[in-house]
Design a protein around this ligand. Structure first.
Ligand SMILES: [Zn+2]
Ligand SMILES: [Zn+2]
Length: 310
């Protein structure tokens, strides 16, 4: 199972309806946090996101994307957490996040490792054993200051086991089926040796979830999002403010949709919307859908499941 829950979908400042940036990705019982704007911990409580997480990924250090980490870390400390945590962010992450960890009188009672990342980096398994079936790919974005986005890319999966074929070949149901489906060669009681290739289909691709953070539409996002099952792209502005989007390093809904088309993504979710769209972002959806029909706009508390295609 893989799902994302939007904890905050407002650009720059919170509104009554929307908190600032935060997104929880839950995959096979593991929770990853992307961005941690002010108030993220309360949004986690409100929307049932586990505090038992070990990784927080930051796209850049504008205040609306990280201030919440100060309070979240304090709460984890009060809960007597002992396990280490890992923070990832672009250049400057060490300085800024280490300052954030020092704010407040209480000492953080667990270890926090901060890793600075840049476009092209791949964050692989780091020892907790959970990250054996996916990697996090870091890609450059255009928002100034070395900002980055993150793509969770699952490894290829085994091909589908052909039950009918196995039955037809007289292979008894049980451990032999298991071995074949894992790609092993088996030997039947009558001495026949069978290899897995005839009974197992081609490898199936894993899922790809792409989170842009703040950015202008750009080629590095298109590259990172090729064939994405879910592209979460910022869409701070509508068409009428496209000049402002350019000036401030943000995207319009239509530009986000153009990125989704160029990347041949399956699904686009717009987030990080300007306060003027706080109550209704239907205008943004309309503009984007003219370019890319499979578009929705996020709202706080919305959860999206991302199933396998095959
Ligand atoms: Zn922002
Ligand atoms: Zn920003």
């Amino acid at each position: 199972m893989l799902s994302v829950t939007f904890l905050g979908t407002s650009a720059a400042r919170p509104t009554v309806e929307r908190n600032v940036s935060g997104l929880a990705l839950v995959r096979e019982g593991e929770t990853l946090l992307f961005e941690c704007g002010e108030g993220t911990q309360r949004q986690m409580m409100r929307y049932g996101v586990s505090f038992a997480l070990s990784d927080i990924f930051f796209t850049h250090f504008h205040a609306d994307h990280f201030l919440g980490v100060i309070g979240l870390i304090r709460t984890l400390g009060l809960q007597a957490r002992a396990e280490p945590m890992r923070f990832y962010g672009p250049k400057g992450a060490k300085k800024i996040l280490e300052q954030a960890l020092k704010l407040g009188v209480e000492r953080v009672p667990f270890e926090v490792a901060v890793t600075e990342v840049k476009g092209g980096d791949v964050i692989r398994e780091t020892g907790n054993g959970k990250r054996e079936t996916y990697d996090i790919h870091v890609f450059a974005t255009e928002h100034g200051g070395g900002s980055v986005g993150y793509a969770l890319k699952e490894h290829e999966r085994r091909g589908r086991f052909d039950v009918e074929k196995a039955r037809a070949a007289g292979i008894p149901e049980g451990p032999l089926w298991g071995k074949l489906s894992k790609g092993e060669t088996i030997e039947l009681v009558d001495g026949r040796k069978l290899t897995a290739e005839s009974f197992v289909g081609p490898k199936r691709s894993g899922r790809l979830i792409v989170i842009t953070g703040d950015t202008r539409p750009c080629a590095s996002v298109v590259d990172a999002a090729q064939g994405a099952d879910l592209l979460i792209h910022e869409a701070t502005f509508g068409e009428e403010e496209k000049e402002r989007a350019k000036e401030t390093g943000h995207s319009t809904a239509r530009e986000a949709a153009q990125v989704a088309v160029a990347a041949k993504a399956r699904r686009l979710v717009l987030s990080h919307v300007s306060a003027r769209y706080s109550i209704s972002a239907e205008e943004l959806v309309k503009e984007a859908r003219e370019v890319f029909p499979e578009t929705t706009v996020a709202k706080d508390g919305m959860t999206i499941e991302v199933p396998f295609v095959d």
